[in-house]
Design a binder for this molecule. Structure first.
Ligand code: ADP
Ligand code: MG
Length: 407
């Protein structure tokens, strides 16, 4: 049963009510302009409600006209699915213009009382005032139920969208910072590495005591770690340029799994691939998709205990796009961590850089894709969905350091 039919049944709105309303319309239509004017008068005298109306008298006149046709069609019907869809849009407009929800009910009641008053003053005997009031009340409750439903849905969507935008802006700012930093660090680090190799070679020529050389080896090791971090920083800051071509996601995933299996096996975990079909084609930048899967798989492997399982799934989505899922049966991500996983440099690991997930996030965004996560005590599942059509090719989103200049 559709939502609308369900509500109609619940309220008890049927052919009889529709007929009473249609008849009532003939009597009350001349008064609709008056009701509409009263409706907006009341809104305009309340600062918080009036704040939603920013277009001055011209907007009020337009709103009044559409309210009149709203009354007209509400009474005339037919109260079918088309009616429902059209009504649903009104709830949406309230969210967009930012009319506080409480005024939706109170403003509707202003109009309801106008209808009641007008009904009480009718003198014809087609239907009693009670029957007519009941039909109007049922109609208003239907309208409110529809508005409320869309109010809630759209409010949630608006909040989610705002959050995504804030996150993207913050990531872009951090990427710019990372690019600058990496650029500055790269040259001195390179120089230090070369000088150190030189020093080590000279030392080896003149001394035989291995202990004297040991510090140089340790510093080499530290420099290697710094270089690794720098590379990750560069990945994070990399120019957001996509070269998307049609690619088989299954083979990309298979490649990542082959690379990562040894480290999974080392931890006693299994790492498997499940593909819905032999090939899943999508318009992607293969190198970037490789990195997305790699970062997710690394985290998954790091999250599972001994005997844990990590599964990578690749499938074609219903809309013709593709979905990549990486799931593990580790301990899950606690809420306070989950809220920060896309934050650069946020890590709960001793040797973590906290750049894996921010990189994933911006690469998914670059593909116009989406990433969602489901997590709980039985494990975590990240799903990356990619759109069916080719993303805009070669979009330069932010300036950064070129790849060939890497350390
Ligand atoms: P890093 O792996 O260097 O810590 P990431 O950006 O890759 O940085 O991940 C950030 C944090 O998100 C991790 O430190 C971890 O707390 C959490 N996380 C990511 N994936 C998982 C997962 N599959 N299971 C549990 N925690 C995870
Ligand atoms: Mg990681």
């Amino acid at each position: 049963m559709t939502f609308f039919n369900e509500i109609k049944t619940y309220i008890g709105f049927g052919p009889h009510e529709a007929e009473v309303l249609a008849e009532l319309r003939a009597h009350l239509a001349p008064r609709f302009p008056e009701f509409a004017e009263h409706f907006y008068q009341v809104i305009l005298t309340h600062a918080r409600a009036a704040a939603a109306i920013t277009g001055g008298p011209a907007q009020v006149a337009r709103l009044e006209a559409s309210l009149e046709s709203w009354m007209e069609s509400g009474l005339a019907g037919p109260h079918d699915e088309v009616f429902y869809e059209r009504r649903a849009r009104i709830g949406r407009i309230h969210v967009v213009i930012g009319l506080p929800q409480e005024f939706m009910f109170t403003a509707m009641n202003v109009m309801r009382m106008d209808f009641h008053g007008a009904i009480d003053r009718l003198t014809d005997a087609t239907h009693s005032a009670i029957v007519r009031r009941d039909a109007i009340d049922k109609l208003f409750d239907l309208e409110l139920a529809i508005m409320l439903r869309y109010y809630q849905r759209d409010s949630e969507a608006v909040v989610a969208q705002r959050e995504r935008r804030v996150l993207s802006d913050r990531l872009a700012a951090m990427q710019a910072l990372a690019a600058g930093l990496a650029h500055e660090v790269r040259n001195p680090l390179n120089a230090a590495k070369l000088q150190l190799e030189l020093l080590e070679r000279r030392l080896r020529r003149t001394v035989t005591d291995e202990r004297l050389i040991e510090p140089a080896t340790l510093v080499q090791h530290e420099i290697a770690r710094l270089t690794e971090l720098l590379n990750e920083l560069l990945d994070f800051a990399r120019p957001a340029r996509l070269t998307a071509v049609e690619h088989d996601l299954v083979s990309i995933a298979r490649h990542v799994i082959e690379l990562e299996r040894p480290s999974a096996v080392n931890r006693g975990a299994s790492l498997e691939l499940e593909a819905s079909t032999d090939r899943v084609l999508a318009w992607v930048d293969a190198g970037r998709i490789h990195q997305i899967i790699l970062n997710l798989v690394k985290n998954a492997v790091e999250a599972v205990r001994h005997d844990g399982h990590v599964v990578v799934r690749v499938a074609t989505a219903i809309d013709g796009g593709a979905a990549i899922t990486v799931s593990d049966d580790g301990g899950g991500i606690p809420p306070e961590v989950l809220a920060r996983i896309y934050e650069p440099f946020f890590s709960t690991k001793e040797a973590g850089t906290g750049l894996g997930m921010p990189i994933v996030h911006s690469l998914v965004e670059l593909h116009n894709g989406q990433i969602t996560v489901a997590t709980g005590e039985h494990g975590t599942e990240f799903t990356v969905t990619l759109p069916p059509r080719a993303p805009e090719p070669d979009v330069v989103m932010r300036e950064s350091v070129a790849r060939d200049a890497d350390v």
